[in-house]
Design a protein around this ligand. Structure first.
Ligand code: HAM
Length: 432
């Protein structure tokens, strides 16, 4: 019986692995050029880590288990709680600001669908210790920096930006009870996935006052934070939240990515810990789930027993990204093919021993080198070299046994040159 992979998981055969590595290498290089340092944590944590502040949706999607000591544990569905725990542990010795990135493998028991699996990779960048809109802008910029690098333009993706703080003051200003805010956030988070009339009906259920509901709908239709006066009279709290939002957009403009960014008041994010600026990046057609999402979470470190330290960050999964890149023809054209520097072949069986030693010396000198296990004819070996995309073939024949000379064939031009082995390789134990 052949056993299939578990529902919602993927096998990475070499071609899939090459794509995955290319995506992750890109995430890492963009993190580094934006000044982030890499960290990681364990793949499982105490179950309560995710019950503290991640929100009901994540709790329902946990892969949880008890270890032999009776401890309740869960495989990480996100790394932000781990980050909060780790930073809290060394809070007094870490130089600030903390600008860290990570690419954890995560598990969520979601219903598998296009762009959502039960196991995936997620690029995380977080800035801890800075309470300014410029840090929020930098997180958004860095996400866009990656998407731009892989060839996505402002005709392909859009960063939709809003603020939970702004939403909270607007709801307060409209007169919605504070106790209803969490329900409102959950409803708004689903808005894009619901038909308009279903959303209106659900809004009416949560906010029975027709005038209040109308003003919420008006707020959701605003194109910029500056227009907020149309929905609710300004007060100090609202003014401050609007200014913050405007500073984020001004910084993104200075950083040259304004054309990718819009204000979208319906963005609230599903996770419970966000407190300020929130954003998601979507494909422009809107047919896929979010490519990434994040925002400010100023209370999470305190909720994990540490001091109140502001923080902002984002997570980008590999699944939607891969689908979008594939749709745009930007995936296989950019993933580097398998490459081999040398394929060592032997012209006759008498040279086989030399083949192993030359291949080993090439490898020791830092080159990639392969050879055939089947000592068939030379043309078969050359075919194998081509199928492995070898740049050059080193052919060992009688002249090697006589004079230690070998032939180097350039696989692209077909040009052949005969050289002494020492011209190709440093002498064993030598320094060249
Ligand atoms: P999240 O919105 O839960 O946020 O996930 C962020 C991104 O991870 C999504 O936009 C999507 O690309 C990817 N993702 C989430 N679930 C799945 C899934 N089941 N399959 C494939 N991809 C998925 C967070 O996780 C926050 N911790 C991000 C963050 C970091 N906020 C601040 N710092």
């Amino acid at each position: 019986m052949k056993i299939p992979p578990v529902k919602g998981t993927r096998d990475f055969y070499p071609p899939e692995m090459a794509r995955r590595n290319w995506i992750i290498d890109g995430w890492k290089s963009v993190s580094i050029r934006n000044g982030f340092e890499e960290y990681d944590g364990p793949i499982f944590e105490h179950l309560m880590m995710y019950q503290i502040k991640s929100g009901q949706e994540i709790v329902e999607q946990l892969f949880s288990f008890q270890d032999r000591g009776g401890r309740d544990l869960a495989i990480r569905p996100e790394i932000t709680p781990t980050l909060a725990r780790m930073v809290n542990q060394q809070i007094n010795s870490l130089p600030r600001p903390i600008k860290w990135f990570s690419v954890p493998r995560l598990c969520r028991a979601e219903r598998p669908q296009k762009g959502r699996l039960r196991e995936f990779f997620q690029w995380n960048i977080d800035i801890i210790g800075i309470d300014s809109p410029e840090a929020d802008a930098e997180v958004i910029f860095t996400s866009l920096d990656y998407l731009r690098m892989v060839g996505l333009t402002s005709r392909d993706v859009r960063a939709k930006i809003s603020s939970r703080k702004l939403l909270a003051c607007v709801l307060r200003g409209i007169g919605v009870e504070e106790g209803k805010f969490d329900g409102m956030y959950a409803l708004l988070d689903k808005k894009a996935k619901l038909p308009a009339d279903t959303f209106e009906a659900m809004l009416a259920e949560q906010v029975p006052d027709k005038e209040q509901a109308r003003r919420i709908s008006d707020f959701l239709a605003l194109n910029s934070a500056g227009e907020i006066e149309r929905v609710v009279p300004l007060n100090d709290e609202i003014r401050a939240a609007v200014e913050q939002m405007q500073s984020v957009f001004a910084t993104l403009e200075l950083m040259g990515v304004a054309e990718y960014c819009v204000f979208d008041p319906a963005i609230v994010r599903g996770l419970a810990y966000y407190t300020g600026v929130v954003f998601e990046i979507h494909d422009i057609v809107g047919e896929l789930r979010a490519i990434c999402g994040g925002g400010r979470y100023d209370n999470l470190l305190r909720d994990f027993g540490g001091p109140a330290i502001p923080a902002t960050g984002m997570g980008m999964g590999d699944c939607v990204l891969e689908i979008l890149l594939h749709q745009k023809g930007l995936l296989d054209s950019q993933v580097p093919p398998r490459r081999l520097e040398y394929f060592v072949a032997c012209a006759d069986a008498a040279c086989a021993k030399a083949m192993y030693s030359v291949a080993a010396r090439l490898r020791a000198a830092g080159h990639s080198a392969n050879f055939s296990y089947k000592l068939g004819g030379l043309s078969k070996q050359l075919k194998e070299a081509s199928s492995q995309n070898a740049a050059r073939c080193v052919i060992i024949g009688q002249e090697y046994l006589d004079r230690q000379e070998l032939v180097i064939k350039d696989m692209l031009s077909g040009e052949q040159t005969q050289v002494h082995v020492n011209q190709l390789l440093p002498e064993p134990g030598g320094t060249t």
